[in-house]
Design a binder for this molecule. Structure first.
Ligand code: SAM
Length: 242
């Protein structure tokens, strides 16, 4: 019998790992850490560091190779195939390291409910996990700029850079954008739009820019390119308001 814990660990600030997350990590018989061929090593190092900081020893921590996503097939097909492959990799690691059953944990970046597929992968294995919530990149963004997420009693749309390129989403004057490969906001008319942007939130490389989109947008593109070149990777998120 396998019990699965999906543990949100925040998005880079070790102080955002909650007491509940630490307790769940300590209760696990096996903690699986994904190893990506091209992984931003800073992120892999952070997961390892969290284990080192909070576990009595690392004997129950096992790394496994995360399958790569096929860039050729259409996006949703590729993602579905990829999730099948990840489910297979989890199963193989669990069968090898926990053959008699027990409690398995995965450390999930931010919170498992927000633009993360770990819950969908667990469903493929027929596992109903216990979820430990984590601090999301969106919370860290609004905290860093000291702004509310929503206008008074108003809705917010959370979307991806890929979707934003199709235009301002219906239903809200505030839009949070994640998973942007870079500059999706350039597809919008910047008139009357403000942006609050953050990269490497919660980490020592953290960078913040805010202002009217017409003026701040080009600065963000320039800064983003420079930071990406300097660190070899970047993760950023922003809030647009009109
Ligand atoms: C696959 S999603 C995971 C989101 C995560 N589950 C969460 O709760 O924030 C990755 C996206 O989250 C955002 N993100 C995650 N960590 C971040 C960080 N430290 N700084 C800025 N953006 C971050 C970026 O938009 C990135 O493209």
């Amino acid at each position: 019998m396998i019990a699965l814990d999906l543990i949100g660990i925040g998005t880079g600030n070790p102080e955002h790992v909650t007491l509940a997350a630490i307790r769940a990590m300590r209760e696990a018989d096996l903690i699986l850490l994904p190893r990506k061929g091209d992984e931003k090593s800073d992120l892999a190092d952070l997961r390892r560091q969290i284990c080192t900081d909070h576990l009595p020893d690392l004997s129950r921590v096992v790394e496994f190779d995360l399958p790569r996503r096929d860039g050729e097939t259409p996006y949703l097909d590729a993602v579905n195939d990829w999730h099948d492959a990840i489910a297979g990799a989890w199963k193989a690691a669990i069968d090898t390291h926990l053959p008699g059953g027990g409690r398995v944990a995965l450390l999930v970046w931010g919170d498992p409910s927000l633009y993360d597929s770990t819950l969908r992968v667990a469903a493929r294995l027929g596992l109903k996990p216990r979820v430990v919530p984590g601090v999301t990149s969106l919370s860290v963004l609004t905290a860093a700029h000291a702004i509310p997420l929503n206008d008074l009693a108003a809705p917010v749309v959370i979307t991806t850079g890929r979707r934003l390129r199709q235009g301002w989403p219906e239903g809200a004057d505030t839009v949070a954008v994640m998973l942007d490969q870079g500059g999706a906001f350039t597809a919008l008319d910047p008139t009357g739009v403000t942006i609050h942007w953050g990269a490497y939130l919660g980490m020592e490389q953290e960078a913040l820019i805010a202002g009217p989109l017409a003026e701040a947008g080009p600065r963000i593109l320039e800064t983003r390119a420079a930071l990406r070149a300097r660190h070899g990777w970047i993760m950023d998120i922003y809030l647009l308001h009109r």
